[in-house]
Design a protein. Structure first.
Length: 352
């Protein structure tokens, strides 16, 4: 079939709107009519040329996708006509990583907008196995809004799982926007005491309204000053460093340095954000503190029902953290993102 799509033809070039020819779904594949696709900093990295996608250019970007299955290949016929979410990471489902529950690290994974054509289009052709069905969406939540769950929310949830966070733990979240905003909500929903750090007063105000008991504007502050402040907060809460869970979600070198400085004896840090900059840290702190640092990437598809349950039950809010726009504004919004003008996660609607 012929879809309409926005192509990245060359690094730093505007995305070009034109037809995309898609094959009929083969065995184990489906064709999804895109309802919406979220706009992520990863898309900006690809579009600006800071990172090269694995698929050769031209490529259709976009990896936060919801929609309806309009055609299905052999073995996937049961999905035709159903509303689905396309996880940002599509594992093969057959390798040792997948069998161990680490499908998000599957070496044969496919990422829309990176390995295959993505969701900045009217339709997308994807493997059927990892799809998440959305048969019973509450009436107050739209299919379009759920697109951000594919990456921003699910990645936050996977980071919380990776940390081993338990009820009563202290969660220190560095970076309260984007994924960080959902991290704050999820940690609070699971019973943690949450402190949020950011440089933007508006984001901290929102964080305080959605789960953060303590907020710190770190603008102009030395990491040692912030560390002392949060140590004091943890003492007031009666939470020892053994139960500190630090999440770096700012995607900045300064944020990474701050997050690392917040480690204490037997504490855990999960690195969620990404920056191209290098940072200097003393790894010996891990030995001295008997501390743990984890990376995290995406979220295994089998975990998505847990994420959706938190949203459907109103324990994690989406609307205050997202905004909607026609996909025709894609290049304008990429430029706004590059210049830090966006305050919410943008959800793009095709056909407008």
């Amino acid at each position: 079939m012929i879809a309409e799509a926005y192509f990245l033809d060359a690094p730093a070039a505007p995305l070009a709107r034109r037809d995309l020819s898609l094959d009929e779904p083969g065995a184990g594949e489906v064709l999804v009519e895109v309802a919406a696709c979220g706009l992520c900093h990863t898309d900006l990295s690809f579009a600006g040329g800071a990172v090269s996608p694995r698929h050769p250019l031209p490529l259709v970007l976009g990896h936060e996708i919801t929609g309806t299955v309009v055609a299905a290949g052999a073995g996937a016929e049961h999905l035709k006509g159903r509303r689905v979410m396309v996880p940002a990471v599509l594992p093969c489902g057959e390798c040792a990583f997948c069998a161990a529950g680490r499908g998000n690290a599957c070496p044969d994974q496919k990422m829309p907008g990176n390995d295959i054509h993505g969701g900045f289009a009217s339709h997308v052709l994807v493997p059927a196995g990892p799809l998440v069905t959305l048969d019973e969406i509450p009436p107050e939540i739209s299919l379009e809004t759920l697109s951000v769950v594919s990456d921003a929310v699910a990645t936050a949830y996977q980071a919380v799982l990776r940390s081993g966070l338990a009820e009563g733990d202290a969660a220190f979240v560095v970076g309260a926007g984007g994924v960080g905003g959902f991290l704050i909500q999820i940690a609070a929903a699971l019973g943690a005491r949450v402190a949020a750090c950011d440089v933007a007063a508006e984001r901290l105000e929102t964080a305080a309204a959605y789960g953060a008991e303590h907020v710190t504007n770190v603008t102009g502050k030395d990491p040692r000053e912030v560390r002392k402040e949060l140590q004091g907060v943890a003492r007031e809460w009666g939470v020892p460093s053994l139960a500190w869970r630090v999440f770096e979600a700012s995607g900045t070198a300064a944020g990474q340095l701050l997050a690392y400085s917040l480690l204490g004896p037997a504490a855990t840090l999960v690195q969620v954000g990404y920056t191209f900059e290098k940072v200097n840290v003393r790894l010996s702190n891990l030995m001295a503190f008997d501390a743990t640092v984890h990376g995290t990437w995406g979220c295994p598809p089998e975990v998505f029902p847990e994420v959706l349950e938190l949203i459907y039950k109103g324990r994690v809010a989406l609307d205050p953290f997202v905004d909607h726009a026609p996909m025709s504004r894609l290049n304008e919004l990429l430029d706004d993102m590059a210049h830090h003008k966006l305050t919410r996660r943008m959800i793009l609607h095709p056909g407008d």
